[in-house]
Write a protein that binds this ligand. Structure first.
Ligand code: DGY
Length: 337
């Protein structure tokens, strides 16, 4: 086993009936308590566990399950090295672009995610970024922190009006629809683009646009909520960003790779794009430091699902999935069936 820099909480030997797992992410207290009560194995406590350590711990604890999240790549090479007894891997996320689904399938590994429980919370964060970017809250906040509040002109801090404007939602899944509901509450006109039109009951008053280019041409706001796949990589790129009306606001609380960041930075610098609200970045946790120098960006470190209730629900849902599979029942949230 690899030597560890800092200790991990390892349970005292547990009854055989307790499911054994390795949890590579530090969990919130409610989830940690359930791990301690109902599971055995190794659980990250004061730092996350990396891939090499996780393999060693899975072996050492004879674990049958892995609890992980986005940022921890479950790629073909890793899946190949999983001990044979590992039956299920539960990701604490709804997105699963960090999972090689084909490799997991052919290995017979069950992989689960956490849909539904984070929908509202992630939509709240996307809408917060939209409002913050449109109304220039980062600049206003910084001015107060610098103690630079002096005489004011009526032309200071002029932002982009939100209510009554048009928003284009790319990806009208659960989170996209929740953003649409919030937008309707702000009297916005909602357009959406997806692979196909939704049944009317699910459209949330939005208007389907099969043609993404045509939609972008009408959007004062655009918000991304589609999965990150080879087909959606850089769906907002130099060309498509150029279709937005001047002064538009771009919001991304989905995955960083959906935007060609170089083109977004150019648009923000020139002012052609008025502002952006970004919770996700290509290559995170590293991100393009030029965003920091841009006053017209609201930045967050991938915190869409970060509320007490939601993170608890996500962690507990993963544990329910693992317990189900290890006791011979079907997974609650399998990535495929
Ligand atoms: C998700 O659930 O996919 C969030 O982005 C966290 O990774």
């Amino acid at each position: 086993m690899a030597e560890l820099d800092s200790p991990l909480a390892t349970l005292t030997p547990a009854p055989a009936a307790r499911p054994r797992l390795v949890s590579v992410r530090r969990m919130p207290p409610t989830v940690a308590a359930r791990l301690d009560r109902d599971f055995a194995g190794a659980f990250a406590v004061d730092r996350d566990i990396d891939r090499e350590e996780s393999l060693a711990l899975l072996e050492e604890h004879k674990a049958e399950a892995l609890l992980f999240s986005s940022g921890f790549k479950l790629d073909a090479g890793f899946i190949e090295r999983l001990p044979a007894r590992v039956k299920v891997a539960a990701t604490c996320s709804v997105g699963f672009d960090h999972v090689d689904v084909a490799a997991a399938k052919s290995r017979g590994l069950v992989v689960t995610n956490t849909p539904d429980v984070l929908t509202g919370c992630t939509a709240d964060l996307a809408f917060s970024l939209l409002l913050s970017a449109a109304r220039r809250l980062p600049e206003a906040d910084q001015m107060l922190r610098r103690d630079a509040w002096g005489p004011r002109a009526m032309g200071d801090f002029l932002g982009v009006r939100v209510w009554g404007q048009t928003i284009g939602i790319i990806g009208m899944g659960r989170i996209g629809r929740a953003v649409a509901r919030r937008a309707r509450g702000f009297d916005m006109r909602v357009l959406y683009h997806d692979a196909a039109q939704l049944p009317p009951a699910l459209e949330e008053g939005g208007h389907f646009m099969a043609d993404l280019d045509a939609m972008l041409g009408q959007c004062q706001f655009v918000s991304l909520h589609c999965p990150y796949t080879p087909a959606t990589r850089h769906i907002l790129n130099r060309r498509t960003l150029g279709l937005l009306p001047p002064g538009a606001v771009v919001v991304n609380a989905a995955r960083g790779g959906l935007i060609e960041e170089e083109a977004l930075i150019d648009g923000l610098k020139s002012g052609r794009i008025a502002a952006a609200g970004l919770d996700v970045f290509e290559g995170e946790p590293r991100f393009d430091r030029r965003f920091i120098d841009l006053p017209n960006v609201s930045l967050a470190p991938h915190i869409g699902s970060a509320t007490v209730e939601t993170r608890d629900a996500m962690g507990l849902r993963c544990l329910d999935n693992i317990a189900a599979v290890l006791s011979g029942r079907p997974a609650i949230d399998p990535l495929w069936s």
